[in-house]
Design a protein around this ligand. Structure first.
Ligand code: CDT
Length: 309
């Protein structure tokens, strides 16, 4: 049986602060229509897809940011997207800010199967940025203020004929993210990102360097774990703050096979053969034969650097 998944990477252009959830969902539906016209089985949207990238805005009282969060998923604003995905028999993944019934806050993404059921939830683990307003920076990145680190690990789900995992934005820069999923046999990692085009602490590090690091991280994660990686941007100018694009699909050899040009709403669809992951998993990255865990203790035993005496 063919294990080709037609995957749509659905980039969103900028979402301004004033834009409603309903307006964003209308844009996401349009992308889903385009993906359906190209026979997509699965559509992937960005991190925090329903709102502007609000962690750039400082609120002294953090509760003032709660209106960016979803207390239920799905909810009435998002339901039309779920309904259409089920109608099209298309799986989907998107990110949103999650407020739990206990009042906890996470940067979350969901994986929805072709029947419209949420089969997976991931909560971002590697939160970048800072907690307090930092006047030294050219812009704020307050994810550590508004979110808790995820508490669900890096699960992989058997769905849509394959083994699919999720991570979110900054997670893609960390080899541990992919390896934990690789050890569960992951065949496709889907992720969304909001990456400012300039480093707030080093202004000369601009979009080209940021794009290089983005591609490097995806290629390394894909190749070293022999998995597809689907990375989807929210891009463009949000209320004067620029996010880079770079939506792309990377094959298990680490090669970019499809990419969205520009910084507007746009979709690419690529046939991803999950069987293409087998060769790498059975040869150079056959973990069972080649890994030497007796030497990997520091990876889970310590957080920071411990220099020799
Ligand atoms: N959203 C997100 O995780 N963005 C980060 C920016 C890092 S700079 C604080 C990223 O890794 O792209």
């Amino acid at each position: 049986m063919s294990r080709v998944l037609n995957v749509a990477a659905a980039q969103l252009g900028p979402i301004q602060k004033s834009e409603t959830r309903e307006a964003v969902i209308t844009r996401m539906i349009r992308l889903m229509d385009l993906a359906k016209a190209k026979s997509a089985d699965l559509i992937v949207y960005p991190e925090l897809a329903l709102t502007t990238f609000f962690p750039r805005w400082h609120h002294e009282d953090r509760a003032e940011a709660d209106h960016w969060f979803e207390a239920a998923m799905p909810n009435p604003a998002v339901q039309p997207l779920f309904d259409l995905a089920r109608h099209y028999k298309m799986g989907m993944s998107f990110g949103y800010a999650e407020l739990t019934p206990e009042g906890r806050h996470f940067n979350t993404s969901v994986l929805v199967d072709k029947e419209g059921s949420i089969v997976g939830k991931y909560r971002k683990i590697h939160l970048p940025g800072h907690v307090e307003y930092d006047p030294q920076r050219t812009h704020q990145h307050l994810e550590k203020r508004y979110f808790e680190p995820g508490d669900l690990g890096f699960p992989v789900w058997r769905t849509m004929g394959g083994l699919i995992g999720m991570c979110i934005c900054n997670d893609r820069r960390w080899p541990e993210t992919y390896r934990v999923m690789g050890l569960q046999g992951v065949e496709m990692v889907v992720l969304g990102f909001n990456t400012p085009s300039v480093n707030s602490q080093r202004n000369e590090e601009a979009a080209d360097r940021r794009m290089f690091h983005h591609k490097l991280s995806l290629a390394a994660g894909a190749y070293q774990n022999s998995t597809w990686v689907v990375a989807v941007a929210k891009a463009g100018d949000e209320d004067g703050h620029h996010l880079m694009g770079g939506t792309m699909i990377v094959n298990p050899d680490g090669e970019i096979v499809a990419m969205v040009d520009g910084e507007e709403d746009g979709v690419i669809v690529h046939p991803c053969d999950l069987d293409d992951t087998q060769f790498g998993k059975e040869t150079i990255f056959d973990f069972k034969r080649h890994r030497r865990i007796e030497h990997y203790g520091p990876i889970t035993g310590q957080v920071g650097v411990v220099e020799p005496e």
